[in-house]
Design a protein around this ligand. Structure first.
Ligand code: NAD
Length: 488
């Protein structure tokens, strides 16, 4: 093998290889091989789960919440101290523009630890005084205990951000974890293991196994009987497979899944803000954001103007080296994902779409010619039944359709199997409240998009997920609540 780096599993603080041959890690912007990654077999996954179990009962159990909060804060500090390492790794693995990773992914990766350090210091439980026939009464109080060993299975679109979003609350509430990063973006999770050791997190609390889903690390981990709960972010179909695995042993799941989110633009909106907001929601991270908008509904008087303005925004997105600070548009994550997105582009044409802009592969300088690029794309004119409007594409694309009144906008936004997020643009405050309440989603943004306060509930309705995380909401998944009743 070459001098390129190899990533190992990290178990109980030690690197491990496995019986399977390592797989390739490629840079999506160029297609170049940048390293190899060990693939876990069932034995490696078992070793990681047992290490997490031992740590749960050992040194980790002896730390109180203030100790744990201090370790989480030190982890955040260590991520910031090695900011450039995380940045370079995330850009190389995902192909996302460095400007995005610098302002969103890496800072949020650190902030997640601080938010849950604060949370654990401010978590109370209920207590009731109960009347008894002898008049002396009883005291009931809630006792929260860690759920146990948590499997954390992650996608590739926001690797560090989404991994820390799960790991930080899991550890804050006293659990230990085995993390399975996406096979496409494993590097920042390996770096996270390093900074946790530097921060003083005891060995065995944070373990990493690499590999794929079926017949690989993902399946072995979700089926492992000593895992007490599975928190997963990824596709809805994968979430269903993980639920089936979790049914054996009756283990809880927390699922953050796919979306086919609608943006609704009313004629009374601030047009400049709405165009900029929808352009971000459709094209940020090359459309590889679960909260992104692939269906846009625009009130008829504004429709033609809006489409032209959005087209102009898309026209400004030029492919460029993701490491260049000026680049705003990167490639898709993998050749496989690009094939899927280009199939959707072909399907849109076959279903009669008007291609307002894009629809194919951009002209590229030689250095980027081997990368997984597609053009930012806008369609109009698709029938509502087209799969392009019903299935998540996860690429830099959206369809824009006109509507006449509020009821129609709500009905069309709700015409989906998914229910993750929506973005609503209007100056009418009463309408904003009505529509936010009527669209069946986990997150409704008004006159903004992807504005996150990490203390708020996050999750999806319908096939976009089960459960809520964020702030205190993760307590339901990450802890068991025991009621203690004491006769006085
Ligand atoms: P994916 O479901 O293909 O893979 C996610 C992870 O699951 C990977 O680590 C993969 O190896 C693993 N996996 C695959 N099959 C498995 C199986 N049978 N058992 C166990 N593990 C398995 O998703 P992806 O393509 O990596 O990510 C994109 C998807 O993630 C999109 O659908 C997007 O909407 C969704 N997503 C949702 C949210 C949210 O918060 N709701 C956030 C980000 C991404």
């Amino acid at each position: 093998m070459s001098a390129l780096p190899t990533l190992y599993h990290l178990i109980d603080g030690q690197p491990f290889a496995s019986s399977r041959p390592p797989f390739e890690n490629r840079n999506p912007a160029t297609g170049a091989l940048i390293g190899h990654v060990c693939e876990a077999d069932a034995g490696i996954v078992d070793r990681a789960v047992q290490a997490a179990r031992r740590a749960l009962r050992g040194p980790w159990a002896r730390l109180d919440e203030h100790d744990r909060a201090a370790l989480l804060r030190r982890t955040a500090d260590r991520i910031r101290a090695r900011f450039d390492d995380f940045l370079a790794a995330e850009v190389a693995d995902t192909g996302k523009p460095v400007s995005l990773a610098r302002t969103v992914d890496i800072p949020r990766g650190a902030a997640n630890f601080e938010v849950f350090a604060d949370q654990i210091a401010n978590t109370a439980t209920e207590s009731f005084r109960t009347a008894t026939p002898d008049g002396r009464g009883a005291l009931n109080y809630g006792l929260r205990t860690p759920r146990g060993v948590i499997a954390v299975i992650c996608p590739w679109n926001l690797p560090l951000l989404l991994t820390t979003w799960k790991v930080a609350p899991a550890l804050a509430f006293g659990n230990t974890v085995v993390v399975k990063p996406s096979e496409d973006t494993p590097t920042t999770t390996a770096l996270l293991a390093e900074v946790m050791r530097e921060a003083g997190v005891p060995d065995g609390v944070f373990n990493v196994v690499h590999g794929f889903g079926p017949d690989s690390a993902g399946q072995y981990l979700s089926e492992h009987p000593d895992v007490d709960g599975i928190t997963f972010t990824g596709e809805t179909r994968t979430g269903a497979a993980i639920m089936r695995a979790a049914a054996t042993g009756v283990r809880p799941v927390s699922l953050e899944l796919g979306g086919k989110n609608a943006g609704v633009v009313f004629a009374d909106c601030d047009l400049d803000a709405a165009v900029a907001g929808i352009a971000r929601a459709a094209f940020l991270n090359s459309g590889q954001v679960c909260l992104g908008t692939e269906r846009v509904y625009v009130q008829r008087p504004l429709f033609d103007t809006f489409v032209q303005r959005l087209r102009a925004e898309a026209g400004m997105l030029r492919p460029g080296d993701p490491r260049d600070a000026a680049t705003r548009f990167g490639p898709l994550v993998s050749a496989t994902h690009r094939r899927k997105v280009l199939d959707c582009y072909a399907r849109a044409r076959a279903d009669g779409a008007t291609v307002v802009t894009g629809g194919g592969v951009p002209q590229l300088p030689d250095a980027l010619a081997g990368g997984y690029w597609v053009q930012p794309t806008i369609w109009t004119g698709l029938p509502d039944a087209s799969p392009v409007l019903r299935e998540e594409i996860f690429g830099p694309c959206c369809h824009v359709a006109p509507f006449d009144d509020e009821d129609e906008a709500v009905a069309r936004a709700n015409d989906s199997a998914y229910g993750l997020a929506t973005t609503i643009w209007t100056r009418d405050l009463a309408r904003a409240h009505r529509v936010a309440a009527a669209i069946e989603v986990g997150v409704a943004w008004v006159n903004c998009w992807y504005l996150r306060d990490l203390r708020t509930a996050f999750g999806g309705a319908r096939q976009s997920g089960i459960g809520r995380e964020g702030g205190a909401h993760g307590l339901e998944f990450y802890t068991e609540l025991r009621n203690v009743c004491i006769k006085l």
